[in-house]
Design a protein around this ligand. Sequence first.
Ligand SMILES: Nc1ncnc2c1ncn2[C@@H]1O[C@H](COP(=O)(O)OP(=O)(O)O)[C@@H](O)[C@H]1O
Ligand SMILES: [Mg+2]
Length: 305
Amino acid sequence: MNAIEAEHLSKSFGSVTAVDDVSITIPEGGIFGFLGPNGAGKTTTIRMLTGVLIPDAGSVRILGTDVNKDPLTAKLKMGVIPENGTVYSDLTAEQNILITAKFYGMDRASRERRSNEILDRLGLSERRNDLVRTFSKGMRQRISIACAIVHSPPVLLLDEPTTGLDVYSRRLVIDTVRHMNQEGSTILLTTHNIEEANALCNTISIINKGKIVATGSPERLKKTFDTSRYVEVSFDQPVGKDLFAVPGITRAEPWGDKWRVYTDDPDRAVKHLASIAEREHLTIVSIATSNPTLEEAFVQLTAGV
Ligand SMILES: Nc1ncnc2c1ncn2[C@@H]1O[C@H](COP(=O)(O)OP(=O)(O)O)[C@@H](O)[C@H]1O
Ligand SMILES: [Mg+2]
């Protein structure tokens, strides 16, 4: 069974089409990333997936349950971390988690066991008795996540879980997401951070202006958009541009203390550069071929926003 199945979702606000015919299928056990610039429609999509917003068209099933026809059953299968996490400022860290656990109908023993486990995992054990109002943004976000995972939901949806967080909170959040996935939860997260999507997700959809423009593994997306190939080389002495006027090298540009040499055939370019260096008695200090990056794919797909 698929963990998340969204078919032909659309949503407009007045004249703005926020989400335009988006379909998503996530098999159980996956970590799926929804990557797009601000205003692309990520939050609107998550709100439809979680039953907070009724779509104009389309349907959503969470582990087989239709979110709009049977919202309560669907919601029990989900943990949700909204864009602006919802936590009770006037309760302590621990009270927030325990009250959420109670809402999900967990018995006292499992509420306490799970709360201790999560506080520890999210680095909040020592602050368990402090009011959340005294917490930093990163700590609040960790509480928000703690509440969302207290009932070990099989499906976890996170809207920009690490945006604006300090390095320490960010790492704890990412580790927790990975851990939940290893324990069997299916994850959908949105992000505008390419590196994060690359590091965490096994499948990514890039969304732009309400439409999915590409879907695939990070590696496949990188390969698809691997158009500009180049070799970066540096020598022990300054050299001129004319040095690179050989067949197979389309152009050369100074790049910091290196030269960036564009080519359709990196292998041939590297061999040329080696023989040039030999002939001119230059020492090659460094040489590297370009690796396609997800950033290139992202920029190409979302260009002209
Ligand atoms: N409640 C709303 N009312 C009016 N416009 C909205 C509302 N929510 C979102 N939008 C618009 O829909 C588009 C997509 O927004 P959103 O889903 O929040 O994008 P993202 O999360 O990718 O930044 C934007 O143009 C935004 O201004
Ligand atoms: Mg958003």
